[in-house]
Design a binder for this molecule. Structure first.
Ligand SMILES: [Zn+2]
Ligand SMILES: [Zn+2]
Length: 277
């Protein structure tokens, strides 16, 4: 199982590096980080506490995600350990990251605040904590996302195996309630698939609707793409100003690995933000 995951990761990285050599160094770094996260996930043996199946199914039917930032079961100690490993791995490659490494060593109130800001995708709260520490917010968010990944992936896999997520129609993730960070278009009449930015659960969602504000007015939905790579785009909503990175149907058929797939759409996402201003 773990070998298959690693194989898929290596194959994907090779494909992406060949196609976008400009991202090769960052891809190698992300592969190192993901490998660390995979090996923690492999070693995880959380007690499989019985789920209240009825309650969880009821939540889904009511359009509520299984967990929210306050109730999601996360092993804080192990996340902190993994975070430290990810910081060290990054420092080996890019040099010392002084304020970043100590971000989770503050008082437990602050750590809880940081954690819930990551889980609830509260980017303004994260930015304010990071600026207090003098740390880079986007790098910190990425490392936190990876530090929580083993626990969230395990929840996601369990939810997919034990519960029926098929009827889910919200723009938020059915498992952890976070927002999607990546989409993949479906062939023909098939709906597009959204991928959660944290637990990477995927679920179908209408193509012509904004997952963030549910706007379905075609004249305020648009997308940007580059002429030479029409299989990548950023889908934009004028009403809420949000966009989602999107893989087209012709994109490489290897399994989607959001952290890597999102990276190669970065230049379009930057162009899309510039276009707005
Ligand atoms: Zn999720
Ligand atoms: Zn919107």
């Amino acid at each position: 199982m773990a070998d298959a995951d690693l194989k898929a990761l290596t194959a994907k990285a090779t494909y992406l590096k060949n196609r976008w050599p400009v991202y090769a160094d960052i891809i190698d770094w992300l592969v190192d980080l993901l490998s660390e996260a995979y090996s923690v996930e492999d070693r995880l043996c959380l007690p499989q506490t019985p789920w209240d199946h009825n309650l969880l199914s009821q939540r889904l039917r009511a359009g509520e995600p299984l967990f929210d930032a306050g109730s999601i079961p996360i092993d804080m100690e192990s996340s902190r350990d993994l975070f430290a490993i990810l910081v060290t791995t990054t420092e080996h490659r890019y040099g010392k990251l002084e304020p970043l490494g100590s971000m989770l060593s503050g008082p437990s109130d602050e750590v809880r605040f940081i954690l819930s800001a990551v889980l609830a995708c509260e980017s303004e709260n994260l930015e304010s904590v990071c600026s207090r520490h003098g740390a880079d917010a986007s790098l910190f968010t990425l490392l936190m996302r990876l530090a929580l990944r083993p626990f969230l992936r395990q929840l996601s896999k369990r939810a997919e195996a034990e519960l029926d997520l098929a009827g889910w129609s919200s723009g938020r993730c059915p498992v952890c309630g976070s927002w999607p960070s990546l989409a993949k278009l479906g062939e023909g009449n098939k709906p597009r698939i959204l991928y959660c930015s944290l637990c990477e659960t995927s679920w179908p969602f209408s193509r012509l609707e904004c997952p963030f504000c549910r706007n379905d007015q075609a004249d305020s939905l648009s997308y940007v793409y580059a002429e030479e790579e029409k299989d990548l785009s950023v889908d934009l909503c004028e009403r809420c100003g949000q966009g989602i990175r999107t893989l087209g149907i012709k994109h490489h058929s290897a399994p989607v690995l959001p952290i890597l797939d999102e990276l190669v759409i970065s230049h379009l996402a930057i162009a899309a933000t510039k276009g707005e201003n």
